[in-house]
Design a protein. Structure first.
Length: 242
């Protein structure tokens, strides 16, 4: 299935139920999950290299292309929502979104905040009216911080040994904050074409009756966030539980 999986949560749940009854395999085409960069980010987080995560901050902006049937969130943010869902084990609990339409009633600039039950927070900036194309993701942890620039031909990912360390010698009112600044390094990224890996993975799942990690339930989680952003936009940024 192309992204986003469906245009509503109800449709997603119906498709999942239908596929289950007919013993069919659903896989949502979130191609970024098969890129070397995202797979490396997943590996680094799973191995605890970044430590406990503080934030997931994404910017995906460019000039155009304006869509007539969906807003900028539904057009661009599914990429980043699916990446967050894949690399971050904790699942979000609420969403708040603000945006504005300058032309056809569909928001062309938007900002989405995603809340988690722990202290982590996600933020997404999507925009069809940027003079430059930007594809940046920052992920901060208590051990290290990561920058992914998808427009870089080399060194797409950089790991920074930077952070903040807080101690409380007497009470919570006497915080002592120190800053850590160490090395920067860029891990090797697999250059195999993502679409090729995705197609091979889908065939393997069908032939061997495996459940893809980007299955209907993964698609549903993304659609839930998307649907919640629409509700929040209509209510001028109100926080919507997931």
């Amino acid at each position: 299935m192309e992204k986003p999986f469906t245009s509503s949560v109800a449709q997603a749940e119906e498709l999942i139920e239908l596929a289950d009854k007919k013993n069919l395999t659903i896989m949502v085409d979130h191609t970024f999950l098969f890129t070397g960069a995202v797979r490396k980010i997943k590996e680094l987080i799973s191995e605890g290299v970044l430590g406990n995560l503080y934030y997931f901050d994404s910017t995906r902006v460019n000039l155009g292309l304006f869509q007539h049937d969906i807003n900028v969130i539904w057009d661009l943010a599914p990429h980043d929502f699916s990446i967050m869902d894949y690399v971050v084990e904790e699942k979000p609990t609420a969403v708040a979104a603000t945006g504005v339409s300058h032309f056809n009633g569909k928001e062309n600039i938007a900002y989405v905040t995603v809340y988690f039950s722990n202290s982590m927070i996600g933020h997404f900036n999507v925009n069809w009216m940027s003079p430059v194309k930007v594809r940046n993701t920052l992920i901060g942890g208590d051990k290290k911080m990561l920058v992914w620039n998808d427009l870089e031909s080399d060194e797409k990912i950089k790991i920074y040994d930077k952070g903040v360390e807080v101690t409380t010698p007497e009470s919570i009112y006497d915080l002592l904050i120190s800053y850590r600044s160490g090395d920067v390094w860029s891990p090797k990224i697999n250059q195999t074409e993502a679409l090729k890996l995705e197609a091979e993975y889908f065939v393997d799942c069908v032939e061997n009756n495996k459940t893809p990690f980007n299955d209907g339930m993964a698609g549903l989680r993304v659609v839930k966030i998307l649907e919640a952003t629409n509700k929040s936009l209509r209510k001028r940024g109100e926080t919507i539980p997931l």
